[in-house]
Design a binder for this molecule. Structure first.
Ligand code: SF4
Length: 214
């Protein structure tokens, strides 16, 4: 998508996908959106294939519901930009659907929900119509998780947008979380969370490198 399509007045644009990344791990968000690092693993490769398919711009009707695929999204007030996988217009009300690959559990969806709510806020500004709900679709299980766009979720979108923008402007990598989130993170080998995140391990690694032999 071309940047000139957007008129984000005086704000550093924040990608909708960055909201999910930051919610999951601020360092992951910085590695992708600041350092432009993106490693592939089996989940991201499958996810990319699914996203490429749903991101082809397309418009069609299904059982009387208009469906827009790959719709460009923006919100001038918050400086958000991105693209919707799918937007259904149920009786004229936009209903965004975000596609995810991998084995999403309920607690993983909380991060995708921030991205989805960001899409809803974009659609509201673009159409002038309130968007009360949307869904995260898990491709592997073919399950749709409906998400209410609550005031709490809207606040989280606003706070996360501000935090992502501040991080991008500051240009610094946050420290690793170094917890179970790292296990399936595609950036694990680049991030090296256990070496960097645990000061004692890092110190013993360095000490080992410079140990003098008798
Ligand atoms: S490996 Fe862990 S700390 Fe590093 S980016 Fe991934 S989740 Fe964040």
């Amino acid at each position: 998508m071309e940047d000139e399509e957007f008129t984000i007045e005086g704000l550093e644009p924040v990608f909708l996908s960055a909201l999910e990344h930051f919610s999951y791990c601020p360092r992951q968000c910085a590695l992708i959106h600041l350092e432009q690092v993106f490693d592939e693993n089996v989940y991201t490769l499958r996810g990319r294939a699914v996203h490429q398919r749903v991101h082809q711009v397309d418009s069609f009707s299904e059982e009387g519901v208009r469906v827009e695929r790959g719709l460009p999204l923006w919100n001038n007030r918050l400086g958000l930009v991105g693209q919707a996988d799918l937007v259904e217009f149920q009786e004229g009300i936009p209903y965004p659907v975000e596609y995810k690959y991998g084995k999403y559990r309920e607690k993983d969806i909380e991060h995708a929900a921030v991205q989805l709510a960001g899409q809803a806020i974009c659609l509201e500004e673009m159409t002038g119509i309130a968007v009360p709900k949307g869904a995260v679709y898990c491709h592997s299980s073919h399950r749709r998780y409906e998400i209410a766009i609550t005031p709490e979720l809207r606040n989280k979108v606003e706070a996360t947008t501000v935090a992502v923008r501040a991080m991008l402007l500051e240009g610094k990598l946050p420290p690793p979380v170094n917890d179970k989130r790292c296990r399936n993170c595609s950036l694990n080998t680049i991030c090296m969370p256990s070496a960097i995140g645990d000061g004692s391990k890092a110190r013993s690694l360095v000490a080992g490198l410079f140990q003098l032999r008798d």
